[in-house]
Design a protein around this ligand. Sequence first.
Ligand SMILES: Cc1cc2nc3c(=O)[nH]c(=O)nc-3n(C[C@H](O)[C@H](O)[C@H](O)COP(=O)(O)OP(=O)(O)OC[C@H]3O[C@@H](n4cnc5c(N)ncnc54)[C@H](O)[C@@H]3O)c2cc1C
Length: 394
Amino acid sequence: MDLSPNKQPNFDNTEIAFRQKTNGELKKTFWLFKMIGSNFLTKVGPAITNFFLNVGLPIQGAIKATIFQQFCGGETILECDKAIVQLAKGNVGTILDYSVEGEEEEIVFDETCQEIIRTILRADGDINIPITVFKITGIGRFALLEKLDAKQTLTANEQAEFDKVKLRCEMICRTAFEKAVPIMIDAEETWIQNTIDDLALDMMSKFNKERIIVYNTYQMYRHDKLADMKADHLIAKAAGFILGVKMVRGAYMEKERKRAAEMGYPSPIQKDKESSDKDYNESLRYCVDHIEEIAIVCGTHNEESSRLLTYLLDEKKVAHNHPHVYFAQLLGMSDNLSFNLADANYNVAKYVPYGPIKAVMPYLFRRAQENTSVAGQTGRELGLIERELKRRKV
Ligand SMILES: Cc1cc2nc3c(=O)[nH]c(=O)nc-3n(C[C@H](O)[C@H](O)[C@H](O)COP(=O)(O)OP(=O)(O)OC[C@H]3O[C@@H](n4cnc5c(N)ncnc54)[C@H](O)[C@@H]3O)c2cc1C
């Protein structure tokens, strides 16, 4: 066993990647990815599943035992304990992600705010939950954020409604600050993102003075985000706070392009995948060059970007477990990255989404859709599991 602090991860090591899975669990995951990989299932699946759930047919058990179990920790924080312990065995942390989406009522926003605060309290003092996360659309109405983003004048009622969104955001970040539990704010659609960015920058300026607490998310599939991230760094430097950067490529590409085409404005998305990759990797370089002023969470399943960050850290002689550097993946995906990085002493955490089954279905459909391409993620996952099953001779 190599115990040197600068050990390099080997992403092909399936023994380390799947150490915490029994033969039975591994076979089940294999068949699940096979099923997801069939385009038919993911195309008609959402419509059929929503119909069954809406008319009250008892399919929740089947969902819970399959796709839900693969990508979610449970329906409550307590139910996530099993996933937290399992990840911790491989030195991988948990990011509890309350994944209820699409709600529009004030009472639900208040409840979601309280639930996010409960995730921070659960993380308090537990080294296995190093970071927490939330979405602004979980605590505020989408159409209201959209109106603000478009710089339209709010009515008095709408202004009061937005004041409540700010209050909820502040309550969450203040709790994170008081408990010294870092929190990330997810990035969403471009037509609400300016509002999210303004809130995030405000929270960072309040709570990141001494140590990293709040991270904003930068989507590098947008052609303007590398420049935005650099500009935010200069603002943070001048104002004397640490910039928190969760870096992702971006999850809403099709939706963004479709809206831009329909409404006749230039697409905010890069012209091709190579341009997204280039900006993503360039941002990694920039952040590592300013590692004392920027804290980074590298949210990706891309092997090349993950490897690049390991090289950059070594090049600059930054410790693998520097508190300003985290690698992050989603539960149920790319265990070969998560567990091999953790084995090489890097800080790693996985999103563990949770919530009532019906409410997390949009999240699960996104994961299923992302995994349909046998040439892409599914092919990678299947190939790795197959290799591990062969290695175990089962
Ligand atoms: C821990 C974590 C947190 C995340 N948080 C968020 C978040 O807050 N907000 C969010 O939007 N997403 C988030 N994501 C999802 C993320 O944005 C990506 O959709 C997903 O991770 C796939 O990108 P990749 O870097 O893993 O891998 P890759 O497979 O290398 O890249 C796929 C991505 O590249 C981009 N891309 C693909 N084709 C093209 C093209 N033709 N032109 C331009 N770009 C292209 C798209 O963004 C696509 O998702 C998160 C992901 C992780 C792992």
